[in-house]
Design a protein around this ligand. Structure first.
Ligand code: GLU
Ligand code: ZN
Length: 488
């Protein structure tokens, strides 16, 4: 479905910088971004930092850094996609903390029109009102105590500004969930600001969506109960209604609430773990979105072309870590070795492993297929740099014996010792091993297995001829000797 509006599509991603930027936020941002691009619209980044205690600059920076890493480019925002020192867009400021004058104007308007009022109730009084309602068998809500005060009560300070909540049924059509109806009788007069300078989320968001000419609100299902409140605020302020789409919750494979390990880990930790941004994007969009055919790997360009909110499911989206790893490994396989080299180098650096590009390239050539993440190359290749101690028992192939294994390793040592350094190459080595097998009447496993373990110290590793080629003659012989000694 292409959105057929006269107005240009304008969507926003409106995170609060009150904690790490998570996978959930990235998913919402991505859906907005794709929707905007698909419809030739604009994607706006708005920082909802009205809570001065909880909002932190470092979290705001993390939002920018994460979106930049993912390649989710915003068109308008407090800073540009390219440059932190440059604002972008004509509807700014895009930080709510810098928009207090604007909110004040609209708060005053609601107060003047008696659609909002000052509440003087203290915390203790609110608590008492609540308990009284519970005692009367009612569902507690603010009982409207200060709604019709003609004069401010003596010796009392105004505490908050409350919205006169119309008691009605609010209906809207959600692009994902279809027609939804909310009964507002239980909402009570909600607090929309602490004072004229300090609006709360629902109010500030409504004002900004209007002022920034937002056409569609795409956000997580956790916000669905805010939508009727926001619609009523829009009506009270005389703003046009928006179109809504609420993305399904992200769940564990057993359909329980997404575990903290995924929900609360910062998005940038996926970078540190060696996920490719393209793979993560691909994974995130498949959370709840079904492409037309069974195709699973999409470039960003393809996603922009095919994106369609109509194909987002209502039911919770399952976060499947294995799928993420599978997608990531696909993207790794699709990289050519030089591209992969650039991407893995920081991981070697971080581990203080010194290796030449040539050497890393050789390793990548034989380990690429086994990599699920970029970081995997570190554990997969560790044995090239350093042979770890291992149990001599693992040198013995199936039901072989210690003596026979030793005999074979000695033969290997003696044969390979005669080769030139330049003969330490896969095919040549393979031929030599085949000779040993034929002469000694051994099975392939009897020869390849102990050699592989001797060279890598591991039960699972690439082919021994490939390892030997990378290690070179001297190191390979040294490791075979170590294995022989272990069997003594
Ligand atoms: N600041 C809100 C949040 O972080 C934005 C919700 C919305 O998109 O309206 O969840
Ligand atoms: Zn009150």
């Amino acid at each position: 479905m292409d959105i057929n509006t006269q107005n240009k599509v304008r969507v926003r991603f409106a995170p609060s910088p009150t904690g790490h930027f998570h996978i959930g936020g990235a998913r919402v941002a991505l859906n907005n971004f794709l929707f905007a691009r698909h419809n030739n619209g604009k994607f706006i980044l708005r920082i909802e930092d009205t809570d001065p205690e909880r909002s932190k600059k470092e979290f705001e920076k993390e939002i920018y850094e994460s979106l930049r890493w993912l390649g989710i480019k915003w068109d308008e925002g407090p800073v540009s996609f390219e440059n932190d020192n440059q604002k972008v867009g004509e509807y700014g400021p895009y930080r709510q903390s810098e928009r207090r004058e604007i909110y004040k104007k609209y708060l005053q308007k609601l107060l003047d029109e008696k659609k909002a009022y000052w509440c003087y109730c203290t915390k203790e009084e609110l608590e008492a009102q609540k308990n009284a309602m519970i005692a009367d068998g009612l569902i507690p809500k603010y009982p409207g105590h200060c709604r019709n005060l003609t004069n401010p009560p003596l010796n009392k300070k105004p505490q908050t500004i409350r919205f006169v909540m119309p008691e009605t049924k609010v209906e809207f059509k959600d692009l994902i969930r279809g027609k939804l109806v909310f009964d507002t009788t239980q909402f009570g007069d909600i607090v929309i600001a602490k004072d004229l300078e300090s609006p709360l989320y629902n109010f500030a968001a409504v004002v900004d969506d209007f002022e920034m000419k937002i056409t569609h609100v795409i956000r997580g299902e956790d916000h669905i109960s805010n939508t009727p409140k926001q619609i009523l605020l829009q009506r009270a302020l005389g703003f046009p209604e928006l179109i809504y789409a609420h993305l399904p919750l992200i769940l564990n494979p057993d359909r329980s609430k997404l575990s903290k390990r995924f929900a609360e880990v910062s998005l940038l930790s996926y970078k540190e773990e060696g996920y490719l941004p393209e793979a993560l994007i691909n994974f995130l969009i498949l959370l709840g979105w079904h492409p037309k055919d069974d195709k699973e790997i999409f470039s960003l360009e393809e996603l922009i072309k095919e994106f369609d909110l109509n194909r987002v499911q209502k039911a919770g989206a399952i976060f499947n870590e294995e799928k993420l790893n599978w997608i990531n490994s696909k993207y790794i396989k699709n990289l050519d070795l030089n591209e992969l080299l650039i991407k893995v180098k920081p991981f070697f650096l971080k581990e203080n492993i010194i290796a030449s590009d040539d050497f890393i390239l050789k390793i990548l050539k034989i380990e690429k297929e086994r990599m699920k993440t970029l970081k995997d190359i570190i554990s997969l290749s560790k044995f090239f740099f350093e042979l770890e101690d291992y149990n001599p028992k693992i040198l013995i192939w199936k039901n072989g014996t210690l003596e026979k294994t030793k005999e074979i390793l000695e033969k290997l040592y003696n044969t390979l010792q005669l080769l030139n350094e330049s003969d330490f190459e896969k095919t040549m080595l393979f031929n030599k091993l085949t000779e040993i097998i034929n002469l000694g009447n051994y099975s392939r496993g009897e020869v390849f297995w102990p050699l592989r373990v001797a060279l890598s110290g591991r039960e699972s590793s690439p082919d021994p001829t490939e390892i030997a080629e990378i290690l070179g003659k001297e190191k390979s012989l040294e490791r075979i000797k170590i294995a022989i000694n272990k069997l003594k």
